[in-house]
Design a protein around this ligand. Structure first.
Ligand code: PEP
Ligand code: MG
Length: 568
């Protein structure tokens, strides 16, 4: 079956199918008093597990008084006799199963709190939802993190959330095949960062595959074979070994600088999600970090990380970088990145909604905590700060003014930080790209985020596999925007990098080089391939490629031309 290859490599292994239990109404009714009794017991057990979990969080971390107050409220709500009575009544008199009873009772309580006049009480609706989710999680089984996989496992699922993939022990996982998702979905990005071959957006019913079925997965071509025949097994074993050999020979380039044959030095840096990714960065010859996504620090937990917890995370990254630059992007939640404990409103168009810098400017408390933590860590390495999703100049000015407040607070408390820390923005919204000349006056650097820039320019949801054929970074409109941003960066003497997935596409390398791009940031595993193109090319040739491409009116022509160039 065919999907979208998002992380290259060939794997041959055994299927492990993850059927995610979404907490949804099941409509299942209980049959007799024994089932009712068992249902109530399961519910009580889920409550006591939930209380223990919240107690553990409360006792473990270095929390602020406000955090402790929230957790205490949640413990109180978990023990609230009215909630328990409501659930037990539904089980006993309406024969509802515990999952449905909890969903219905929590919905009623959330509505009740939301309709209260008192602002403080209204805000407690979020806590009720939160404890509801926790009870349901305990009722319906544990998270993926608890799975222990056999060696050579290929994970098959509808889709995995970023927090699923970080809690999962992937040491024995050699492939991912997802029914949903697209090239730039975060599942794809994480698989790529970990160097695990992956195929997403498979059109057929993947999760009907059985556990232990033999699977061949080609993460480059986007092919998945279920229970292949001997001939296919033989063919792909040879292909797999050849791929490994090529990857090993590329690794020989690790310590070779990325300089074109006519002497242009290019910086190849990595996109990472935490300090533990540095091993892969240095292994692949990365020269720094062009994008440290901070969202994962906020995921897979039950409350916002404190300033100290964040400080430790950034400090670790700064130290592990050994003096190399690290661009820390401030939190980019919203869109497809969801935090269970931060009750973001359900939106019709989350990618056009309350996300990233918009949340940060609205929730200054969260933003300033993150900025102070990054600033404090800036004395341990070469950290830079980058704001995502900027769509106008006012957002930059507001973000910078909050950064100035964070600096002032630290100074007042005699806490040291790098006062000259460089500040930049992601260029990923078309309005920002088109006004790059104006925005360049406000910041030290740009980083072009082609994943979002492409979806917003073309009006193509990057997560929607049905329209993935329209998601096209080589569309002349997208290329003109990118070229304009690079040109304006040069004109105003600010650094321009690219941290979207296009930076790791070998077909785009010469074109971007010809546009004048001098920093390419990508998942570490992609660096050797891009380096091999750069060291074998000249600036002169790249300029010619750019000149030719910018004259073309369709991405079909552009791609055909670029494929011809790369094939020699
Ligand atoms: C981008 O949009 O290109 C980008 C790098 O950010 P993210 O993929 O995290 O949205
Ligand atoms: Mg983005």
């Amino acid at each position: 079956m065919k999907g979208i290859g998002v992380s290259p490599g060939i794997s041959i292994g055994k299927a492990f199918v993850i059927q995610k239990k979404e907490a949804a109404l099941t409509g299942i009714l209980l049959n007799d008093p024994a089932e009712i009794q068992a249902g109530i017991e399961r519910f009580d057990m889920a409550i006591s597990d939930a209380i223990n979990e919240v107690e553990a969080i409360k006792n473990n971390a270095s929390l602020s008084d406000d955090d402790i107050a929230i957790l205490e409220t949640q413990i109180e709500l978990l023990g609230d006799p009215e909630i328990r009575e409501g659930v037990v009544e539904k089980i006993e008199t309406e024969y509802k199963n515990p999952n449905d009873a909890v969903l219905e009772v929590i919905a009623v309580f959330v509505q009740l709190f939301e309709s209260m006049d008192d602002e403080y009480m209204r805000a407690r609706a979020a806590d009720v939802q939160d404890i509801g989710n926790r009870i349901l999680k305990n009722l319906n089984g544990q998270t993926l993190g608890n799975n222990k996989f056999e060696p050579d496992t290929i994970i098959i699922a509808e889709d995995l959330s970023p927090s699923d993939t970080i809690t999962m022990d992937v040491s024995r996982v050699i492939g991912f095949a997802m029914q949903m998702g697209s090239k730039t979905s975060h599942t794809a990005i994480i698989a790529k960062a970990k160097g695990i071959p992956a195929v997403v957006g498979c059109s057929v019913d993947l999760i009907s595959v059985k556990n232990n079925d033999v699977i061949i997965l080609d993460g480059l071509k986007g092919e998945v074979f279920i229970n292949p025949n001997q001939e296919q097994l033989k063919e792909y074993t040879i292909k797999r070994d050849a791929f490994k050999q090529r990857a090993n020979s590329l690794k020989a380039l690790r310590d070779v600088p990325a300089i074109t044959t006519d002497g242009v030095q290019v910086m190849l840096s990595a996109n990472i999600s935490g300090a533990e990714d540095f091993e892969g960065v240095f292994d692949n010859g990365g020269e720094g970090v062009g994008l440290l996504r901070t969202e994962l620090l906020f995921m897979n937990r039950d409350a916002f990380p404190t300033e100290d917890e964040q400080f430790e995370f950034y400090k670790k990254a700064a130290l592990r970088a050994k003096g190399k630059p690290v661009i820390v992007r401030t939190i980019d939640i919203g869109g497809d990145k969801y935090l269970p404990y931060f009750n973001l409103p359900t939106e019709l168009n989350p990618f056009l909604g309350y996300r990233a810098i918009r949340i940060c400017l609205d929730r200054k408390d969260l933003f300033i905590t993150q900025l102070k933590a990054i600033l404090r860590a800036s004395v341990f390495g070469d950290l830079k700060i980058m704001f995502p999703m900027i769509s106008n100049i006012q957002e930059i000015r507001s973000a910078k003014s909050i950064l100035a407040e964070a600096k002032a607070e630290l100074s007042q408390n005699n806490i040291s930080f790098n006062a000259a820390i460089k500040t930049g923005i992601m260029i990923e919204v078309p309005s920002a790209a088109i006004t790059a000349d104006l925005l360049a006056k406000e910041v030290d650097f740009f980083s072009i985020g082609t994943n979002d820039l492409c979806q917003y320019t073309l009006a193509v949801d990057r997560m929607n596999e049905k329209i993935s054929h329209l998601y096209d970074p080589f569309n002349p409109g997208v290329l003109r925007l990118i070229s304009f941003v690079i040109e304006q960066g040069q004109k105003h003497n600010i650094h321009v990098g690219m941290c979207g997935e296009m930076a790791s596409d070998p077909l785009a390398t010469l074109l971007l080089l010809g546009m004048g791009l001098r920093e390419f940031s990508m998942s570490a595993a992609a660096i050797p391939e891009i380096k091999s193109i750069i060291v074998n090319s000249s600036k002169l040739k790249a300029k010619q490629v750019y000149k030719n491409v910018i004259e073309m009116d369709s991405s079909e022509d552009i791609l055909e031309y670029l494929k011809g160039i790369i094939q020699g």
